[in-house]
Design a protein around this ligand. Structure first.
Ligand code: HEM
Ligand SMILES: *[C@@H]1O[C@H](CO)[C@@H](O)[C@H](O)[C@H]1NC(C)=O
Ligand SMILES: *[C@@H]1O[C@H](CO)[C@@H](O)[C@H](O)[C@H]1NC(C)=O
Ligand SMILES: *[C@@H]1O[C@H](CO)[C@@H](O)[C@H](O)[C@H]1NC(C)=O
Length: 331
């Protein structure tokens, strides 16, 4: 059975393989084909139910997958309740911010009733993120599966590795590089801010006294600036939110990039992709490209999500399949 006897067929197969599996990985869309054949239908139904209840949940679930993958790889560590204040849930990027944990619990228990002890919480996050994007009008992709769940939640690491909205562009690019993603992936994945909301805490630094200038951020469009000043002045307990994409808050489209061209990015970390000095040599041209090429944005987004979903997965005998996404299995 020498493969070279059949070299044409073999190379044909190889190139097909490279196209379908965008990123070289141990993960595969078929991982549960025998052990949990209904997995996609089950997750889809529960995500649909959650969105009927609250449309924003699509954004919240998508963000959970991102915050999971940037800390110790996509291993479900974000879901662990862990040791209180040392856990990822309590780290600065997540505290009073990451949401959707109850929805993940519901999905997990539906999945467990169909296939007990088979599907990892990390994979549930990846499928829920895909469904959230697709049900919001975004692209579909075949989610690669086979991740196992990690045993530790590392809040201190989450503080360091998840990008902050106050970081410079160079810092954000390094944080992406550190997990194997490049500046292009940064621009593409930032397009996730076409859905969802943000609290004033994360952008009010731009509204009055930006970087100690005693002036607002000059890259923020003036009408939007006054609206945001109004919204955030009423924010006493720090919980008031506004939409990340003013044009189409719940629709997964390329308006995020149109906004950036018009000075209407909400977070500093959004607007700097287009307006900062560093952007000229790195991210600006891609922002422009996506703003007039929605199709390419949607296609690249699907590809970049597969790439992000492949950050350092636990496979084989590493980690475990958690029974309850909030706690590691007992011995
Ligand atoms: C590039 C660096 C990024 C920074 C600095 C950043 C920062 C933020 C911040 C501060 C919020 C608001 C959170 C709140 O107010 O509670 C937010 C929301 C959100 N982020 Fe990002 N983000 C980044 C990249 C990403 C990526 C790569 C994704 C997904 C692929 C993503 C998906 C989301 C979504 C969907 C929301 C809305 C969540 C909701 O409404 O519950 N972000 N982000
Ligand atoms: C994360 O950073 C915040 C703010 O500096 C700090 O209060 C918190 O203790 C840090 N978390 C961990 C687990 O180190
Ligand atoms: C603006 O910020 C700078 C630096 O953070 C600070 O020194 C200054 O007092 C602030 N100005 C006002 C009016 O709050
Ligand atoms: C507001 O946010 C704080 C933390 O910033 C939280 O403890 C509190 O429960 C929230 N209040 C409301 C009314 O949601």
């Amino acid at each position: 059975m020498n493969r070279s006897c059949n070299s044409n067929a073999y190379f044909g197969l190889m190139s097909l393989f490279m196209l379908s599996v965008a990123v070289r990985s141990e993960l595969t869309p078929y991982f549960y084909m025998e052990t949990c054949p209904d997995i996609f239908r089950i997750v889809r139904t529960e995500v649909q139910n959650a969105l009927k209840n609250e449309i924003r949940m699509a954004a919240s679930l998508l963000r959970l997958h991102f915050h999971d993958c940037f800390v110790n790889g996509c291993d479900g560590s974000l879901l662990l309740d862990g040791d209180g204040e040392d856990s990822e849930k309590f780290a600065t990027p997540n505290l009073n911010s990451a949401r959707g944990f109850e929805v993940i619990d519901i999905i997990k228990s539906s999945v467990e009733s169909a296939c007990d002890g088979v599907v990892s919480c990390a994979d549930i996050l990846a499928i829920a993120a895909r469904d959230s994007v697709f049900l919001s009008g975004g692209p579909f992709w075949y989610v690669e599966l086979g991740r196992r769940d990690g045993l530790v939640s590392n809040g201190a690491l989450a503080n360091q590795t998840i990008p902050s909205p106050f970081d410079t562009l160079d810092t954000i690019i390094s944080k992406f590089n550190n997990v194997g993603l490049d500046a292009k992936d940064l621009v593409t994945l930032s397009g996730a801010h076409t859905i969802g909301r943000a609290r004033c805490t994360f952008f009010s630094n731009r509204l009055f006294n930006f970087s100690g200038t005693e002036e607002p951020d000059i890259t923020l469009e003036t009408n939007m600036l006054s609206e945001l000043q109004n919204v955030c002045q009423q924010d006493e307990d720090g919980n008031i939110t506004t939409v990340l994409d003013q044009n189409s808050a719940d629709q997964f489209d390329n308006n995020y990039f149109n906004n950036l061209l018009n000075g209407k990015g909400l977070l500093s970390s959004d607007q700097i992709l287009f307006s900062s000095d560093e952007a000229t040599a790195t991210t600006k041209s891609l922002v422009q490209y996506y703003s007039y090429n929605e199709r390419f944005f949607l296609m690249d987004f699907a590809y970049a999500m597969i790439k992000m979903g492949n950050i350092n997965p636990l496979t084989g005998f590493d980690g475990e399949i958690r029974k309850n996404c909030r706690v590691v299995n007992s011995e």
